[in-house]
Structure formats: C-alpha cells, structure tokens
Design a protein around this ligand. Structure first.
Ligand code: NDP
Ligand code: MG
Length: 477
C-alpha cells in the first residue's frame, strides 16, 4: 500500500532505452505517485515524441474523455499531487539528431514542454530544484557526468548506469557524502541486496545512502550505528583504512557489516553458459544478443554474455555497500528468479525472488522505501520451480576475475576497463572483433595503463579517452 503523500518528480535520463521505457511504464501506471518531469534521449527523437504523446494521452483519458482535449497544465509545485503532467523539459543530447518528430507534435504540447538540446544542458537541468529523483539510465560512461551533476546538487539518484560506479566509484560516493546526495540501486542484483538488508533490521540500513525520502514520507529513522567489520584479507584491511571516511556517523556503506558474512550476486550465466572454450571462439553477434532470461539494451546484453556485466556488478556492489572484494560472491543461477542474496553471520541467507522484470527494481527505487502495486507476473509456486546454482567458470569467463581485481585495486582500473570494454563491445557488434577477444583486450589495456589511486574527475575522462584509443589500436593490429 502506498504511503507517500506527494508526487515524486522524476527525471528519466535515457527514456528511450530499455530501463527508460520500463521506468516510464512504472511512472504512467503509478496513479500519480510519480511524475516524469524530465525525459532525455540521445538521438531517438521519434521514441521521445511517442512518449510525450503517450503521457498526454494518459492525462487526457480519465479527465477529459468527453471533449478529447489534451490537458497541458504543468504542475509547478509539489503540493499539486496525484496528477500526471506533461514533462516540463525534454532533452535531446545529440545536436545532430533529427528534430522533426518533436517539431510535428501538436501545438498544445509544444507550447507546454520545453525542448532542450545538448549534453551540457542536460547536466545543468538535472540540478533543477523541482526534481526529486534523477533516474540515471543512459548506457556508457557518459552517465558519469550526469550522475555527478545530480549528486553535486544533492539529488537522490536512482542509479541504473553502472558505469558511474565502475568508472568513478570512489569520487561518486565521496561526492554523495559531501553534498548529501543519495544513491539507490536500480540494477536488480543490488536492489535485491538492498531488499535483503531491509528485512534484516530496517533502521540499520545505511540511511544516508537512501534516505532521500525525508521530505516525502513520514518515516523517521534513527541515526546509524556502525559495527566494525572483520576483514581477513590484508588488502581489504588497507582498503578499509583508506575508506575511513565512511566509517563514522556518515557511514555511506553497509551499516549491517557486523551481521553480514557476504553478499552473493547471482548471474544467469548468459547464452553461452554451457559452451566449451572452443565453441566460445565461434559465437556470432546474433548468438550473443539472445539472452536467455532478460530483455535489455544491446551493450548490456553482450556484457551478460561475456559476464563482464557481472564483473561490473561486483564493482558496483563494492561501492554501493562499501564492501571488500572477499565479502562479495558470484553464483550462476540460470533461472534468474533469485536476484541476489545476503548471507548473515548466523548461517541465515536472505534472498529476493521474482520473475525477471526490471520494473520491479525500478519501481522500488522510485518509491523507496515503500512498495507500489505493479502489474507484473509473480512466480507461480504451485508449479514446480527449479532453482539451480553453480560456481562460475573463471577460465571460460575471465571477466569475473577482472571484476574482483578492479574491486580490490580501485583507482583508475575501473574507468580503463569500462572504456576498453565499451569500445571492444562496439567492435564485436560491428563484426570487427571476435567474442573471446573482448575480455582479452580489456586485460591488455588495463596492464598497459599507468595506475593512479586517487584520480580526479577530469583525469578519469582523460583515461577513458586514452583507453578507447588503446583498444582501437589493439583491435586494428
Ligand atoms: P539502452 O541502450 O537500451 O538505452 C540507452 C539510453 O541512453 C537511451 O535512451 C539512449 O538514447 C541514451 N544514450 C545513449 N548514448 C547517449 C549519450 N551519449 N548521451 C546521452 N544519452 C545517451 O540501455 P539500457 O536501458 O539497457 O541500459 C541503461 C543503463 O542501465 C546501462 O548502464 C546498463 O548497464 C544499466 N542497466 C540496464 C539493465 C537493463 O535491464 N537494460 C539492467 C541493469 C542495469 P538513444 O536511444 O537516443 O540513443
Ligand atoms: Mg544486473
């Protein structure tokens, strides 16, 4: 049952993408608890125009069935609740995108929606005071600047763009702490961990991380107490020392630490789970795009086939929950019903189960800490439900080793591997790189880079650029 009393104004960044479209579905069906105040795409102006029309149609349906006019009243205050309104801003970041689908929109819409072009404008707009939650759901490292800008303005960020934490985990989490910005996971695994921790002891969850709802709900949570972590690995102890900032009353990380043994990320294993090394050498783009359980954008689908997606999720978990790498485990679970688990020190494990449907973690992130009714299909427990688990094969899927390595060393390793992987995946999709070389080139570029422990944001972008060029060189040789 919904507990919030006001409509949350959501900026959907990447609305034309797989996460963005699911988010819009959640918002449109939220009965006014959520409203899309900003939509952004890169170049898919046709999808953006359709989304605006869809919102206008939804507004129109219950209110003005008789005269069939479009309601274009823009909600300007948070007290004007329970109304879906047209977005106040729509942003197209690619300056060369075809503008005609937006220009063809009816006059009532064009006069009510501000159409803005350019990436810099988007980074500025996410700071607008009327925005409650920025859903950061673009693909790629471009998301880092958007997430950064929103957190810098003290916003709550529902984070789907895992590249933000993979590339800039240390800077992003420090910024959130400094500016009072919040991060809520959208990725299903991290959402599952959040849900498992919620059940452990509500008031022990890292409220600074997620308590953006202060002004939206009536929840009052007590201050966090931090229990000390026992971290047997020396490297981890060092890391923990370095992360001393988090271990005080502003603890950004896992305040359940003392009670948690480890978190276990599940992975479907992708379409190639059962292929031999030799067979992996011959897979095609079409094979790799055929994910067995999830429907997602093409980049993340390829990452799921190499298991680089799981490597990124290890790094994401390390930053979301302030964990050492030996507190994170990975299990192959082909059915994608258990989305991840938390193993506690008393032998209990709490898991979150559902059909694979991204609307569930998206809705939770946008309504957090409440839940809202969704038209999803639950797991049918009357039927035989098979839940299998296997350890990942690190030889056939070396990306997992790479993920743990980056979670351990942090610094500039994440940005380099992310950029290299983005370039390699694009080359694979264009038929210029065999599948098995995607992780090979990432490892080679990583080895070749000058490691820095504490890079600045601009240094991260320089290295992102460098790693892309290095990867292209490697591919063309
Ligand atoms: P898609 O490829 O489906 O969508 C990407 C979105 O980002 C589109 O709206 C696209 O606009 C926009 N975009 C692309 N390039 C740029 C750019 N240079 N500047 C601004 N916007 C840009 O991706 P997904 O929705 O699958 O994934 C989005 C993020 O969420 C990724 O980081 C992914 O790892 C993460 N994620 C996705 C999951 C999923 O189920 N899909 C699950 C968990 C995490 P346009 O259409 O105009 O190009
Ligand atoms: Mg995931």
């Amino acid at each position: 049952m919904l507990m919030t009393s006001q409509t949350r104004q959501i900026a959907v960044i990447g609305s034309s993408g797989s996460i963005g479209q699911n988010a819009l579905d959640v918002i449109i069906n939220s009965h006014g608890t959520l409203n899309a105040i900003l939509l952004s795409v890169h170049k898919s102006t046709d999808i953006l125009a359709q989304q605006i029309l869809q919102i206008a149609h939804t507004i129109n349906q219950p209110k003005n069935k008789q005269n069939n006019t479009i309601t274009t009243t823009i909600t300007t205050t948070k007290t004007d609740t329970h109304h879906l309104t047209l977005p106040r801003w729509v942003v197209v970041t690619d300056l060369l995108a075809d503008r005609s689908p937006l220009e063809r929109l009816p006059f009532e819409i064009i006069s009510a929606v501000k159409i803005v072009y350019g990436y810099e404008a988007l980074c500025e707009l996410v700071r607008e005071p009327e925005i409650d939650i920025v859903l950061s759901a673009v693909s790629g490292c471009v998301g880092l600047n958007i997430t950064w800008s929103a957190l810098d303005a003290g916003k709550c960020v529902a984070l789907a763009n895992k590249e933000s934490l993979v590339s800039g985990g240390s800077l992003i989490t420090e910024l959130a702490l400094k500016k009072g910005g919040k991060l809520i996971p959208v990725d299903s695994e991290h959402s599952a961990i959040l849900q498992a921790l919620q059940t452990w002891r509500m008031n022990h969850y890292p409220t600074q991380l997620i308590n953006h709802t202060d002004n939206l709900t009536h929840h009052k949570e007590p201050p966090i107490t931090t229990s000390s972590a026992i971290c047997p690995d020396t490297n981890c102890i060092d890391q923990k020392k370095d992360r001393g900032n988090y271990c005080n009353e502003n603890n950004y990380g896992l305040s359940a630490r003392g009670a948690v043994n480890k978190i276990i990320l599940t992975a479907s294993g992708g379409p190639f789970r059962q292929l031999s090394q030799e067979e992996l050498n011959n897979v095609t783009v079409a094979d790799a795009l055929r994910h067995p359980t999830w429907r997602m954008g093409s980049k993340i689908t390829i990452d799921s086939a190499t298991l680089m997606n799981k490597a990124f999720e290890i790094i994401e978990a390390r930053w979301f929950f302030d964990l050492c790498s030996d507190e994170i485990g990975v299990l192959i679970h082909p059915q994608s019903i258990i989305h991840s688990m938390v193993e506690f020190i008393d032998g209990s494990t709490i898991a979150q189960l559902s059909q694979p449907d991204m609307r569930i973690p998206i809705s939770l992130a946008l309504h957090y800490p409440d839940r809202f009714e969704l038209r999803t299909v639950s797991v049918n427990w009357q039927e035989k439900v098979l839940l299998e688990f296997y350890p990942p094969d690190l030889e056939r899927f070396p990306a997992i080793k790479l993920g743990f390595k980056i979670a351990d060393t942090a610094g500039t390793t994440g940005v380099v591997v992310n950029a290299s992987n983005e370039t390699a995946v694009a080359a694979f999709l264009n038929g210029k790189l065999p599948f098995h070389d995607i992780v090979t080139v990432c490892n080679a570029v990583l080895e070749n880079h000058n490691f820095e422990q504490s890079p600045t944001l601009s240094r991260l972008f320089e290295l992102d650029n460098w790693a892309r060029k290095e990867t292209e060189k490697w591919i063309s040789h």
